[in-house]
Write a protein that binds this ligand. Structure first.
Ligand code: WTA
Length: 651
């Protein structure tokens, strides 16, 4: 628990400047405390008021219904549409001609879409989807580069009530197959390719490979982006420019029930296949929009940039839905942070005069390593607020971010949340409270986090333990798609009696009530802020003939936060070579995607196990980290296995 010792020693606190506070939505701790208290004492009142700021075709009857807990419903009886609230609503205001999206492609091409133009494109896309046969409730899979059409396609789906399932463009064909099957998706939107670090990622070819195993897919809409050669399958594949350009720009938004499914987003769990996190319309809208407003302190004149990929939840909530619902201007960048050189992000900040910048610790650590000269040679004076998300940020990286990127003047919001939570749950509100390096902060309105012991004893005061959320909140997941039982099992079974939501994270609460997130307690590895289940990687490895058994653990990695180390046992008659390491790494990349490639593969005759046959991951974690194994090893089945692994470590 060295990270806890860290925070105990951390005495630095930083207050926002008087200038920042003066213009902030929430300007003092007292103001926050009062609003927070109200949100906890009267959640229906608080969230009802928040929901009044949106367009409803029909107002809700009940704010929160707990009857079927843990299957909560929010704003029951109401009818609304998230696309309408992100786009149409602004057209009757001065924002009609305001930039909604400012986009830059990796090769340097740019596009700006005003709210009016975005509306036109979204309506045309929605009509094109309808003409392909997409009906309300049908799941549409999106496998696209970071181009405006991705946001357009999401909004078009939301407009017609067709839930989308976005698959990150770095995933492999097999990952697409699993997700398309699980969601029973008959429609795919993709592109010929996208740009990444100067080369073209052939997205359509990957879709083609996947679809050999997905006969249920009826139509594939293909955007021309990179102009690479693609095969178009007669009757199945349609060009975006044919279908969308020809479609009418008149497409009224469907009046959807508050709980109408909005999207499925697959994320790793500790066991089995990725989980299809299901979010619904109204609660997600209110949560994503309210957090956007207060956490990023959004102002109409702001240029806001979140560097995440829309394939992850951060892009869903904080590039598209939460930001556009506020009528703000969202910057979107297609490519790599270091192409053509490590100053690319800072070029973008300088060029568009970005005011609010939201990125991940892994990126911050990489930039720090690439050298201060890149940010220092650009004008970053437009920045007024910085944010981070995805994994714990070490105080050194936090300080670098503050000093070198923020010029010592910008507050940093360290935002803790999950794909499941839909929106930010723990952070600091930048004008209202001080920040501390490495600490996320206090609960957002309506959120009741609690540190508890393994046995469910609440630990108040300064304590570390399991982090649970005691009461439901509007943007929480509603279920795991097609698997209500697993939803209950994963999130609500450990503390079923109390009804608490189990986050899977460990946390520490300090003397001021600030929460510091320590990291996952289950077998999930957080690589560059992306969640990967050790189990998924193990299954991928075991599917290779060279592998008898595999155990995957995380280890501290300077840039990525955590790296992946795979312990692999091979058949007795085989002596693995270094080439085999490459073979296995590529095998995992093919099965899951390049992000899941193990950093290290360690061959071993056998894996250390307890007498009952459980792999002793704790020991493997120590070995992977190069630490002395201190824990109890008396239950080890075969001491020699550990001795050998340790010897190799020293060699
Ligand atoms: C981790 C990303 C520390 C955490 C939005 C969580 C964090 C998992 C932070 C969710 C943070 C996210 N500090 N850890 N500010 N933000 N995490 O679903 O372990 O991709 O459970 O959602 O990332 O990852 P996910």
């Amino acid at each position: 628990m060295s990270s806890i010792e860290h925070v105990l020693e951390e005495t630095r606190t930083f207050h926002p400047t008087a200038d920042f506070v003066e213009h902030a939505h929430i300007q003092s701790r007292e103001e926050y405390d009062e609003m927070y208290k109200h949100s906890i004492n009267d959640p229906d009142g608080f969230w009802g008021d928040a929901a009044e700021n949106f367009h409803w075709f029909k107002k809700w009857d009940t704010v929160l219904n707990k009857d079927a807990a843990p299957f909560y419903t929010w704003f029951e009886g109401g009818k609304t549409n998230l696309c309408y609230n992100c786009v149409d609503r602004h057209l009757t205001t001065w924002r009609k001609n305001k930039a909604a999206l400012i986009w830059e492609g990796e090769p340097g091409d740019t596009r700006t879409l005003t709210y009016q133009e975005l509306h036109r494109q979204v309506c045309k896309c929605a009509n094109a989807l309808k003409s392909l046969g997409v009906k309300m409730g049908d799941c549409v899979t999106l496998y696209m580069p970071m181009v405006p059409e991705l946001a357009i396609a999401m909004l078009a789906c939301a407009r017609i009530g067709a839930p989308h399932s976005i698959i990150f463009g770095g995933f492999s064909a097999n990952a697409i197959v699993d997700r398309v099957h699980d969601a029973d998706s008959k429609f795919i939107i993709t592109a010929d390719g996208g740009y990444r670090r100067g080369s073209v990622v052939p997205l359509k070819a990957t879709v083609d490979e996947a679809l050999e195993k997905c006969p249920g897919v009826e139509k594939v809409l293909v955007l021309k982006r990179a102009d690479n050669a693609v095969e178009m399958k007669e009757g199945r594949d349609i060009w975006w420019h044919d279908a969308v350009d020809a479609a009418s720009a008149d497409c009224p938004a469907e009046e959807l029930d508050s709980e109408h499914p909005l999207f499925i987003l697959y994320t790793s769990g500790s066991t089995g296949k990725p989980k299809g996190i299901l979010h619904t319309t109204a609660g997600y809208m209110v949560g994503a929009a309210l957090t956007s407003k207060y956490v990023f302190d959004l102002r109409d004149e702001d240029t806001y940039w979140c560097t995440a990929d829309i394939g992850w939840v951060t892009g869903h909530s904080y590039i598209v839905y939460g930001i556009l619902a506020n009528g703000a201007t969202s910057v979107m960048y297609e490519g790599a942070p270091n192409h053509p050189d490590p100053g690319r992000f800072w070029d973008i900040v300088e060029k568009y005069k970005v005011n609010v910048f939201y990125t991940a610790p892994t990126a911050i650590r990489a930039f720090a390593k690439w050298g201060d000269e890149h940010p220092k040679s650009r004008d970053l004076s437009s920045l007024r607020l910085l944010g981070t998300v995805g994994e714990p940020i070490n105080p050194e990286a936090w300080m670098w971010y503050r000093d070198v990127i923020g010029g010592g003047r910008c507050p940093i919001v360290d935002t803790w949340w999950q794909t499941e939570t839909g929106s930010i749950l723990i952070t600091t509100l930048p004008g209202a409270m001080a920040t501390k390096p490495g600490s996320a902060g206090l609960p957002f309105f309506g959120i009741q986090p609690q540190i508890v012991s393994e046995e469910g004893e609440p630990e108040d005061g300064m304590h570390s333990g399991l982090l649970v959320i005691k009461e439901p909140w509007p943007s929480m997941l509603r279920t795991l798609y097609g698997d209500d039982e697993r939803y209950k099992e994963v999130y609500f079974s450990k503390f079923a009696e109390q009804g608490w939501y189990l986050t899977g994270d460990g946390a520490f609460r300090d003397k001021d009530g600030y929460f510091m997130i320590i990291g996952r307690l289950d077998d999930v590895i957080n690589v560059s802020g992306h969640r990967l289940g050790t189990m998924e990687i193990e299954s991928a490895l075991v599917s290779h003939e060279l592998v008898v058994e595999a155990a995957v653990v995380g280890f501290p990695h300077e840039i990525k936060g955590q790296g992946i180390c795979a312990f692999v046992s091979v058949p007795a008659d085989i002596t693995p070579t270094d080439d085999d390491m490459g073979v296995l790494r590529n095998h995992v990349a093919k099965e899951i995607g390049a992000i899941a490639k193990p950093d290290q593969i360690r061959f071993t005759e056998a894996l250390p196990k307890t007498r009952s046959g459980k792999i002793m991951r704790r020991l493997l974690r120590d070995i992977a980290a190069g630490r002395e194994t201190t824990g109890d090893t008396t239950t080890l089945e075969d001491f020699s296995v550990m001795a050998k692994l340790r010897e190799e470590n020293e060699a």
